[in-house]
Design a protein around this ligand. Structure first.
Ligand SMILES: Cc1ncc(COP(=O)(O)O)c(C=O)c1O
Ligand SMILES: N[C@@H](CCSC[C@H](N)C(=O)O)C(=O)O
Length: 447
């Protein structure tokens, strides 16, 4: 307590030094976070608490005080008169209370003034790209999720949209190809599956300077709002696959879109209502339930991913993971994100060897997708990115032998044991008295 006649200290008598001890600002890895955003930063006004708290804190307005938002499993809503437009809800394609609750909850988390929830991540990109008109140009990366590449190829072949794939790790290259016709700059970071990092703030500044009407759109699926808020980094629109980290259990398909421009949000809402791609009440409920555990899932998944990345790197594999200091864009990634995520990839130097490793794994499920509580292993060129033809994959330097690991929340020793066994069984490493030795892979072999 303040002594009599001394001016009272702010913060109810706690000095700032003590407060900072009580309220450590560290990320999920325990690294110091930068100071709280200035009050003028877009997310500062909306979030009252730290992200982990906001994820679970909801002010449900339910007539019975239900602590979990009910599933309003109703296609239509009774109206009090025939005059129309009197009530918030009339038909679930146009709006549903469970979906609205989810969207408002996610707005705080995604640092957006409006969030729209739809039936999948690709559904989200479809809604966003319906803002484009024939003749418009889209500038995007040369390492993108296969489905994103496919939708852009469709727009280019069928809708008269010009798509330019460039190396988005080089902001100057992006700026070079922007013209007055550029309507959208579409970024993914870290890229899937090569884990390249894209400098969102520099590209957003350069894009807006070159063409103020170009929308900078960021796919945040690989990080989730727990680790990155692209709208705070200069993006105009953020979207992500809610199928991944946001829901976290691989039991639904979902997509979310966030922005801070109400006219833009209204245009995208128009498409959702017109086409009927809004997220169903049941999936809105499941996504809402999943998102509450995002912080602890991400913390465990990241810690596990770091151990796995170190294990593989320590045994001579070329590992791509932004948590490793050896990642060439480590500093850039950590200037934008609060953690490295839980997706990593590594190369073996031999496609058949990679196949044997993947097939020898037992605990790691051979599946596409990521961000789930279960650990998954896959060969992107054969699976998630198979829709990109082999010639294009080669042009974009996507190694055919690349193995992608999506790390879950299991006991990390079990994961390492299973991976070690798969590596030995496949002949990728030799077990000797002093540990594992990688066979025929690039880089140093650990002693
Ligand atoms: C980076 C990225 N963006 C978008 C998507 C599309 O999400 P969904 O499968 O929910 O349509 C995926 C995966 O599917 C992805 O990996
Ligand atoms: N057959 C699907 C493959 C989905 S890949 C899902 C996910 N984005 C990943 O990267 O694993 C398709 O063709 O879209």
């Amino acid at each position: 307590m303040a002594a009599p006649n001394e001016p009272p200290t702010p913060n109810g008598g706690l000095d700032n030094k003590l407060l900072s001890k009580l309220l450590p600002r560290v990320d999920v890895d325990g690294h110091d976070l930068p100071p709280s955003p200035a009050p003028s930063s877009p997310s500062a006004g909306r979030r009252r608490y730290a992200l982990a708290t906001e994820l679970v804190f909801t002010e449900t307005k339910d007539q019975y005080g239900a602590s979990s938002i009910p599933i309003y499993q109703s296609a239509t809503f009774k109206q009090t008169s025939s005059s129309g437009g009197q009530q918030e809800y009339d038909y679930t394609r146009s709006g549903n209370p469970t979906r609205t609750h989810l969207e408002r909850h996610l707005a705080k988390i995604m640092a957006a003034s409006r969030v729209l929830a739809v039936g999948s991540g690709m559904g989200a990109l479809d809604v966003i790209t319906r803002l484009l008109r024939p003749g418009d140009e889209v500038v995007t990366g040369d390492d993108l999720y296969g489905g994103t590449n496919r939708l852009l190829a469709y727009l280019s072949s069928n809708q008269g949209v010009v798509v330019k794939h460039v190396d988005t790790t080089d902001p100057a290259r992006v700026a070079e190809v922007i013209t007055p016709k550029t309507a959208m700059v579409l970024l993914e970071t870290p890229t899937n599956p090569l884990i390249k990092i894209v400098d969102i703030p520099t590209i957003a500044r350069a894009s807006h300077a070159a063409n103020p009407s170009a929308l900078v759109v960021v796919d945040n699926t690989m990080l989730s709002p727990m680790l990155c808020n692209p709208l705070d980094l200069g993006a105009d629109v953020v979207y992500e696959s809610g199928t991944k980290y946001l829901s976290g259990h691989h039991d639904i398909m979902a997509g979310v879109i966030g922005c801070n421009d109400s006219a833009l949000a209204d245009k995208m809402y128009f498409t959702i209502n017109a086409t009927g791609c809004g997220l169903s009440p049941n999936d809105s409920f499941l996504l809402m339930r999943g998102v509450k555990t995002l912080a602890i899932r991400m913390e465990k998944q990241q810690a596990n991913a770091m151990r796995i990345a170190e294990f593989l790197e320590g045994h001579g594999f070329k590992v791509r993971y932004p948590g490793l200091k050896s990642h060439p864009q480590y500093d850039l990634h950590h200037s934008m994100a609060r953690g490295a995520g839980a997706v990593l990839s590594f190369e073996t130097g031999d496609v058949a060897l990679s196949e044997r490793i993947v097939e020898a794994a037992r605990l790691w499920g051979i599946s596409v997708s990521f961000g789930c509580v279960n650990s998954l292993i896959s060969m992107p060129c054969r699976m998630s990115h198979a829709s990109i033809d082999a010639k294009t994959r080669a042009e974009r330097q996507m190694p055919e032998d690349i193995i992608r690991l999506c790390v879950g929340i299991e006991d990390v020793e079990d994961l390492i044991d299973d991976l070690s066994r798969a590596l030995v069984q496949a002949g990728a490493v030799t077990l000797t008295i002093d540990g594992f030795h990688a066979n025929g892979v690039e880089g140093e072999v650990a002693a």
